[in-house]
Design a binder for this molecule. Structure first.
Ligand SMILES: NC(=O)c1ccc[n+]([C@@H]2O[C@H](COP(=O)([O-])OP(=O)(O)OC[C@H]3O[C@@H](n4cnc5c(N)ncnc54)[C@H](OP(=O)(O)O)[C@@H]3O)[C@@H](O)[C@H]2O)c1
Length: 326
């Protein structure tokens, strides 16, 4: 029996990774604080990674595979300290936000990284991940895989970003939707289920190295067109210029009162990273339309008018449309 430890496992991606391993008949333990259930067929080990004794129980035995998703470099360092000698293989989930530049289209895994976060800089996401990657590689060396996903999308997304568009088009039906100017802009997403399959596969094969886990670059126009088709939206798109949106305090990319996936101009490398290694390793990339349809079903279930972590509320959007067209 393969013994797998997921540090996390009750969250979105980590839960799906734990599920994949359980489906592959592994014995899976998920270490988390215990506020949420671990996936069916896995065992929850309750521990808070802020507590120095968090790994005591899981450090008493050997693991074929350890998966860590934490973005806290102190937690990651403590985990490798406690568990590296117990693990045959370790997969660390990092991010493409570790790269220093978003200027170069098509850059691969050899691109320069940000400087690692120092002490007291653990909230600096990209730099914190750089520091975490470094501790994994220093402790595990040739036993470690570092996976750098781009924007993870699909059903259950706790960040509410990608689902905003298909959900909004469905909610608007025959009415107008506010969009950013799309010229020269695109997105590069990976379906959470393709990513979970990939992470399980490289753990099974004990592949080591660093790999971007990103989809193919796609124009933002195309994302909107496919999302509208999936949602049967027939209303018009009303584009607003960057300066107008900025003046009206609409945020880029994520968070409340944002237009998700909208990026400042001049970041061509952000949505065109190389996925050649991912593909070479057999990583799957399902059609965007498939992801959009599953995301829409999930959006409908969670409520198209719910309070979101990202995007505009429909009343806010209508007020902005009114002002833009006045
Ligand atoms: N979303 C994106 O588009 C994106 C893009 C690139 C990379 N990523 C990376 O993808 C990963 C996302 O993983 P995820 O979806 O599973 O995250 P998540 O939904 O935030 O789950 C976090 C997991 O860690 C556990 N956890 C948090 N704090 C803990 C603590 N103090 N002690 C013990 N356990 C703790 C949580 O369980 P409890 O809360 O129950 O303790 C949960 O199981 C992250 O590495 C992120 O950086 C995300």
């Amino acid at each position: 029996m393969t013994d797998v430890l997921v540090l996390g496992g009750t969250g979105w991606l980590s839960g799906r990774i734990a599920e994949r391993w359980a489906d592959a008949a592994a014995s899976v333990s998920c270490l988390a604080r215990g506020g949420r259930e671990a996936p069916y067929g896995t065992t929850l080990v309750v521990g808070d990674r802020n507590d120095p004794g968090a790994y005591d129980e899981v450090a008493r035995r050997d693991w074929d595979e350890v998966v860590d998703i934490s973005s806290n470099p102190v937690h990651v360092a403590a985990a490798v300290d406690a568990l590296a000698r117990r693990a045959k293989h370790w997969t660390y989930i990092s991010t493409v936000s570790v790269y220093a530049s978003n200027d170069e289209p098509g850059a691969d895994e050899s691109a320069d990284l940000l400087a690692p976060a120092g002490a007291d800089e653990e909230d600096d996401y990209g730099r914190a991940k750089v520091r975490a990657e470094a501790s994994v590689r220093a402790a595990l060396g040739h036993r470690a895989a570092v996976v750098r996903p781009g924007l993870i999308v699909g059903p259950g997304d706790p960040t509410d970003r990608f689902g905003y568009w298909v959900g909004r088009f469905a909610l608007a039906g025959g009415e107008e939707v506010l969009v950013p100017a799309t010229t020269g802009r695109g997105a590069q997403v990976i379906d959470v289920d393709d990513l979970a399959d990939f992470v399980q596969a490289i753990g099974r094969e004990r592949w080591t190295g660093v790999v971007n886990a990103v989809g193919d670059p796609v124009d933002l126009d195309r994302v909107f067109a496919d999302a509208r088709e999936a949602a049967a939206h027939t209303g018009a798109l009303v584009p607003a210029a960057d300066a107008w949106l900025e003046e009206h305090e609409v945020a880029y990319w994520m968070g409340p009162r944002s237009l998700p996936l909208w990026l400042p101009a001049g970041m061509p490398g952000f949505w065109t990273r190389s996925n050649a290694a991912y593909r070479l390793l057999g990583g799957r990339l399902r059609p965007l339309r498939d992801t959009l349809e599953r995301t829409l079903a999930d959006e409908r279930e969670r409520g198209l008018e719910r309070e979101r972590r990202a995007g505009l509320s429909r009343p806010d959007e209508l007020a902005l449309l009114h002002e833009l067209q006045a």
